[in-house]
Design a protein around this ligand. Structure first.
Ligand SMILES: Nc1ncnc2c1ncn2[C@@H]1O[C@H](COP(=O)(O)OP(=O)(O)OP(=O)(O)O)[C@@H](O)[C@H]1O
Ligand SMILES: [Mg+2]
Length: 428
């Protein structure tokens, strides 16, 4: 078989097929191996030729492009489908993506757009399915794990109600530090539209959360772990969708179902969230055992943080669920860390110093601070300490203490009618 990208063109109009073929004829790395005029023929030819890429029209008489994509997804999963459509409606795109298409082109498209899409989809095609092997406790100790083993399935959201506060920086470094200490750790890029995790860890986002969205019925551990990407630290990563408009393929119910399965496979699941809250983001915060709330010392950020605490109160989150982290901490500028803790009446569990040089270099090179040359810098130390504290936070012994504290809270009927709430209100 040649090294060329082997392409099948599917469209009911012979002129369209011919135009597409012509656009590709001078590309030395692409070979058009067959053409189909309808969905049924597309499925047959796909089975016979096993093309790398299928350029698929949506509207065809008989079996349409969406039905054909579904059938091909089952019979020839190695074939990557690019939808060609005149319909710009989100619904078409959504259905095509759910049917397993990897990308789409709006007709009319240029030769450049076509070849770029083919090469991109071909480069990002999923690797052979891999299955996670859970690290045993013995392995963990071999890797120098010192702290007590936490319960399984602890979910931690890294969140800030103000964009650009440092959630991704903290989420990436904290999860790499935990994986490096030998804990079975998963990082989910919950910035579904503009995720930064892939670039910060220098990982090819070949598979993403979107690959699971059309497979919710047969979702199981093997399938879920097959879309995770592995970082050299041992950290597993669930990538954000490759394109911003695919973010709304991820629904609240599906996210919840996914987290329930993943919870059984990892000791720590960290989610890097974006600032804006929609149903999916709220459901992630709901199921999280802890929310590490990232703040800075500026008034606008603290105003948003205070509002978020109001929301947390309305949602009846336990006080111990939301913990504060001050990022870009400085003794010289802004509101002091002590004042932040006092005003918000919540403990600040970590302060991460500002280090523009190290953070920018780490992100640009895709090398986390905690395992790179920068690991001796104060910022890396504070992130490694945060990892140690995270482990302690989930120490089963602490759970017992927390339960004892909870049982000392106001009785249920008082909380139901709002008595005792006042003293928990933020900033009040
Ligand atoms: N402790 C720090 N010292 C210096 N710069 C930092 C620090 N933390 C984050 N930054 C910088 O601040 C910017 C925002 O950081 P980051 O992307 O981690 O924030 P975010 O909360 O994930 O943002 P977004 O809302 O875009 O998702 C980046 O340019 C990052 O390099
Ligand atoms: Mg981010």
């Amino acid at each position: 078989m040649s090294d060329k990208i082997r392409v099948l063109i599917v469209d009911d109009l012979p002129e369209t097929r011919e135009n597409v073929r012509k656009l590709l004829q001078f590309e030395s790395d692409v070979e058009v191996i067959a053409q189909a005029g309808n969905g049924e023929q597309a499925v047959e030819l796909a089975k016979q030729h096993r093309p790398d890429i299928i350029l698929m029209d949506i509207n065809m008489p008989g079996l349409d492009g969406i039905g054909a994509s579904q059938a091909i997804g089952q019979h020839v999963p190695s074939a990557q489908i690019i939808i060609m459509s005149v319909q710009s409606e989100a619904d078409y795109l959504r259905r095509a993506m759910l049917a397993g298409a990897r990308d789409f082109l709006m007709k009319p498209f240029s030769g450049d757009e076509l070849i770029t899409a083919i090469r991109r989809v071909h480069t990002m095609r999923p690797a052979v399915r891999e299955v996670a092997v859970p690290a045993t406790t013995a392995e963990r100790h071999d890797r120098g794990g010192r702290a007590p083993a936490p319960r399984e399935g602890n979910i931690i959201s890294i969140y800030s109600p103000k964009g650009g506060s440092g959630c991704s920086t903290i989420a990436v470094n904290l999860s790499v530090a935990l994986a490096d200490q030998g804990y079975k750790t998963l990082l989910i890029d919950g910035s579904l539209q503009f995720g930064d995790v892939a670039i910060m860890l220098d990982l090819k986002p070949s598979r993403s959360i979107v690959d699971l969205m059309d497979r919710m019925v047969d979702l199981d551990v093997d399938l879920v772990t097959s879309v995770l990407v592995t970082h050299e630290s041992g950290l597993r990563v669930l990538m954000a969708p490759p394109r911003p408009e695919m973010a709304d393929l991820v629904t609240e119910e599906k996210m919840k179902a996914l987290l329930e399965i993943l919870r059984t496979q990892f000791e720590f699941i960290l989610i890097d969230n974006s600032a804006s809250l929609n149903d999916v983001a709220l459901s992630v915060l709901d199921v999280s055992d802890r929310i590490f709330l990232v703040t800075q010392q500026s008034l606008p950020t603290l105003k948003n943080v205070s509002r978020f605490f109001d929301l947390a109160n309305t949602l009846d989150y336990e006080r111990s669920k939301v913990l504060l982290i001050v990022n870009r901490a400085s003794d010289k500028q802004g509101i002091s860390v002590k004042d932040i803790g006092d005003t918000l009446k919540r403990p600040v569990i970590a302060t991460i110093p500002s280090d523009e040089d190290a953070v920018t270099r780490a992100a640009d090179q895709g090398r986390p601070l905690v395992t790179s040359k920068a690991r001796k810098r104060p910022i890396s130390n504070s992130l490694t300490k945060l990892a140690e504290l995270t482990v302690t936070e989930f120490d089963p012994k602490k759970d017992i203490e927390d339960k004892a504290q909870k049982s000392a809270r106001a009785p249920f009927w008082k909380r139901l009618f709002g008595f005792g709430r006042q003293s928990e209100a933020i900033g009040g």
